[in-house]
Design a protein around this ligand. Sequence first.
Ligand code: EPZ
Length: 456
Amino acid sequence: MVCVSKNKSYLKSQHLKIIGQKTLRGKVKISGAKNSALVLLAASLLTDEKIILDNVPLLTDIEKMGNILKNLGVKLHNKDHQLIIDSKNISIQELPYELVNGLRASFFCIGALLTRFGEASIPLPGGCNIGERPINEHINGLRALGAEIIIERDVVKAKLVKKKSKLFGANIRLNCPSVGATETLIMAASLAEGRTVIENAAREPEIQDLCQMLNKMGAKIYDSGKEKIIIDGVHKLHGCTHKVIPDRIEAGTFLIAAAATSSSITVSPVIPNHLEAVLNKLEESGSKIIIKGNSISIKGNKIKAVDIKTAPFPGFPTDLQAPFMALMTIAKGRSKITETIFENRMNHVELLNQMGSSITLKNNIAYINGVKRLRGRTLLGLDLRSSAALIIAALTSDSISYVYGLEHLDRGYENFELKLSGLGIKIKRQNTNNVNIIDEQNTILNKKDISEIKAA
Ligand code: EPZ
């Protein structure tokens, strides 16, 4: 199943017009982390007291998650980047498929609902176009904690084993350091009876942010960010106020855009050690990096080809593989990009090649011969990070590009084009119906052509 927006008209109704060959300059404000805010929203189900989340990014994924919580009876009040969440009166019911479809993070609610209410029914999140996205690690871990789980007509139904009123602590070893499974099990274990140890746990900063908020709520979680996390279940969790950490993937995307356009910019706020692997690769490829407190400045330079291999944190993040590939397409020399986390996260290769890149793909490894420059094109992004990669490639090209598929981009980047224009880029969000799209052969593309544009 490809998680492409149901709302086709949105797909055709908006695009970005980007004039290439401009450099970026100045400072860009980084929003709160999407992948932290999403799990913190799920965690708010663990208490009947108020949770106040600050620095929440304005993204369609966050909106979708908010609708899921509201469907459960949660009261949500949002004021600018602050969310006030009241989960006092929740009615446990099966979440409707159309609400959860395409939002992987919806599944993270299962641990919180199960441990607080003793039952939960969540439709299978399904795969999307970066991979099959299984949930076996979530299911196995919840069963180890004492849940009875069946999957009926694509709905995961979980409940406590008969007679038990709570989950009970267990020793769990994950086969792979799944971010989502680690988060699901931490939330489930936080109200379980006794101690849970999760081995081979994911160590991403978003998990550390979750544990910080849960401990503020009265949880007893030790060693988040390490491979072995210990959770001593408590009887009840109370409300708190928590500020979402800055989005390391957004920050990395802007740094890569600066490197690709030989620009000098500053990104802030950011937590530098959340981006160590990316900063090392940017320096290796020729950029100069200066870290000052919670800001990182970059001075782009001639781009040297470097190899990257994605890995769980603290390795090179899979979410920056596509943007970094856009950088390597115009680097001097040959580079190799190996994607080890998702089996289908190379949707951008073909489109980058149509912009004049020279990339060959074999078994999830991209071999890139750097070229001088790329050509502006009319492009259709089909997943969140590929769309960002196409925009970076368009910035470096020698002409105008039109990027479609903004419903993916808007999932994970707040006001992306406004932030880029704030850095001096000529970029505009336009409604397609009232402008004629001229492609590089100077022919006017109509809606039919657009719908047939090869998706990234
Ligand atoms: C989270 O997804 C992020 N999403 C992803 O960000 C990110 O790419 C990913 O972690 C890896 O860092 C959110 O936090 C909402 P995983 P998640 O479970 O939790 C396999 C973005 O662009 N696996 O760590 O779904 C799975 O197939 C998004 O912002 C199992 O085998 O990722 C994959 O190969 C995309 N069984 C690998 O683990 C399971 O039960 C990593 O998946 C779960 C996962």
